[in-house]
Design a protein around this ligand. Structure first.
Ligand code: GLY
Length: 562
């Protein structure tokens, strides 16, 4: 009996947790925290559009999921304008300080990981405030002060810690203890971590946000606040200056546009690798009848894993900040190239490690992937046909573990997204080449993949996620689940995933991938390893005039509709 009960429990644990679907007639916001989704809906109800809602939700999530993102970080926002059918992408990724140099993390010939992950040197110039304000200025309808109201409220009045944040706090507790403001905010008086259900208040952050709401981005990038940010970073060994903050500018970029069956896929260009690798994987799979294989069939998963390996091999070799290096996207995404890569995929087994990647180039090196705790994504659609996919991050949980004085601003550790040394892996096990080497004012390569799918000039899906390199695979899989396997958004987001980033040569599978499928994948030649919670995706879908939102159960968010 006991064995049977244990087996039944094991089977239950293998089932994916369901995503809570939300439905709405007027609009939808999917964030990885229910209060952030509600902040977005509040803007729609006050006459705002999808851009107002997305900006409100991202400011709010920076307060209620402060380990993931916030005004000390940066990100990307992709906007599809319902009226014109135009799409625009805003890059508010952090930049390396002007005093940064190629080997700044190298000591005695070796990259020192701790320097790029903790403390002052890890901090890149934040872009969040400038970027969100610019997106709002160009395409929003409501004033900055209005869209920041919910974030300020949550910071000032407090909110109950959700289980995901409680886990982050518990894991980071030793680092949080080292910073007085982080300790006061996230730990109890006796130094133990705050738990789920405890109230967190951030009065210092509330005052900072109010200042920005009143005076706009100059409140952050000039004057007393900029001085405090620079001084705090320098006091912890960093090189970021007031002038770096003054010089920071977000950049409008032309989105990448590709097709998948009858749909158009609009996504983020470099300095994210996310959109390029996603389109490359879709291009490689373009002529396969995926629906005939079935979503969890070993044949489909092998084919998908091989397409991922080729995409990630090219990521390692070619991708970097397009203002500094040429990323050969036209060649990589050309149908002739993706078809040639597809021909090289063997349906009977894997290739030699060095044989992955487009034949226009190859990459090297690697190690185990880490589950990313940082980063947050918001997907929004409104009744006017606008769609927004916005991803922000402080990189790993609580960024550099450094607060800028008494401002409550948690600063990012985005410098770790550069290749500290070509071929040496970052925290996600990702390697890069010269293309992603450090240079003054350069943007580090990202995996963030805000993506919008349209059909007949109507946005039908907005998606994206968090999880470092897992963002790319998870977003791709959600798209395939919806476009090829006809799943609704909630099922597509909750479905078990796989991930292969070429280096290391490991195929990660979630617990929901059955043992027999894993064995079949191993027979193809994959080194199969189980990994939990592979990426966190927020998706909003429009179908028959109704909006469906799904927040990934892996992080416990909740979409909100209106
Ligand atoms: N910091 C994670 C990323 O941008 O990919």
């Amino acid at each position: 009996m006991r064995v049977a009960a244990a087996l039944a429990l094991c089977c239950l644990l293998l089932l994916p947790r369901p995503a809570l679907a939300a439905w709405g007639a007027h609009g939808m916001v999917a964030a990885d925290h229910r209060l952030a989704s509600r902040a977005g809906v509040e803007m729609l109800q006050r006459g705002g559009n999808a851009i107002d809602a997305a900006v409100a939700a991202i400011f709010a999530v920076g307060v209620v999921n402060p380990a993931s993102c916030g005004i000390g970080g940066g990100g990307f926002v992709l906007i599809y304008l319902g009226k014109s059918g135009n799409a625009v992408a805003l890059d508010y990724r952090e930049t390396a300080p002007a005093a940064a140099s190629r080997d700044m993390f190298v000591r005695d010939g070796k990259a020192v990981a701790d320097l790029s992950r903790r403390g002052g040197l890890a901090v890149a110039v934040p872009g969040e405030v400038a970027g969100l304000a610019e997106a709002l200025r160009r395409y929003g309808k409501l004033p900055l002060a209005t869209v920041m109201e919910p974030a300020i409220r949550y910071a000032r009045d407090g909110f109950a810690v959700e289980p995901h944040l409680a886990d982050e706090i518990a894991e980071a507790a030793p680092d949080l203890r080292a910073d007085p403001l982080l300790a006061r905010t996230f730990l109890q008086a006796d130094g133990s971590p705050r738990r789920a259900g405890d109230t967190v208040r951030q009065p210092e952050l509330a005052a900072t946000l109010q200042h920005i709401a009143d005076d706009g981005p100059p409140a952050f990038y000039r004057g007393a606040m900029a001085k405090r940010i620079a001084q705090s970073v320098q006091a912890r060994g960093g090189i970021l200056t007031e002038d770096d903050l003054k010089q920071y500018r977000p950049t409008w970029r032309r989105p990448l546009r590709g097709s998948h069956h009858a749909a158009e896929v609009v996504t983020m260009p470099p300095p994210s690798s996310g959109g390029g690798v996603l389109l490359q994987i879709l291009g490689i799979l373009r002529h396969d009848e995926l629906a005939a294989f079935g979503p969890n069939s070993p044949t489909f998963l092998h084919l998908l894993a091989e397409a991922m390996q080729h995409g990630f091999a090219d990521r390692a070799r070619f991708y970097g900040d397009p203002d500094f290096v040429h990323v050969p996207l036209a060649d990589l995404l050309a149908p002739a190239n993706t078809a040639s890569v597809r021909r090289r995929i063997r349906m009977s087994g894997t290739l030699d490690h060095a044989d992955y990647g487009s034949t226009i180039g190859r990459g090297t090196g690697g190690r185990a992937a880490a589950v990313d705790a940082g980063t947050s994504h918001v997907s929004v659609m409104d009744a006017d046909g606008n769609a927004v996919a916005c991803t922000s991050t402080v990189n790993t949980a609580f960024g550099a573990m450094l607060v800028a004085g008494d401002t409550g601003i948690i600063l990012n550790n985005e410098m770790d997204d550069f290749s500290a040394q070509p071929g040496v892996p970052n925290v996600y096990g990702l390697i890069g080449a010269e293309a992603n080497a450090i240079a003054p004012r350069k943007r580090p390569l990202s995996s963030m993949t805000p993506t919008i799918v349209t059909r007949n000039r109507q946005a039908i899906l907005a998606a994206g996620g968090s999880g470092g390199p897992l963002i790319i695979s998870a977003t791709t899989e959600v798209l395939l689940n919806i476009l090829d396997f006809n799943m609704d958004a909630a099922t597509a987001v909750a479905a078990p995933r796989i991930h292969h980033q070429w280096t290391p040569a490991v195929l990660n599978v979630e617990p929901g991938i059955p043992p027999l499928t894993r064995q079949a994948l191993a027979r193809f030649g994959h080194v199969v390893k189980e990994m939990r919670d592979m990426g966190v995706v927020q998706a909003v879908r429009r179908t028959a005039g109704v909006f469906e939102g799904a927040s990934d159960p892996r992080k416990g968010g909740e979409a909100a509709g209106w």
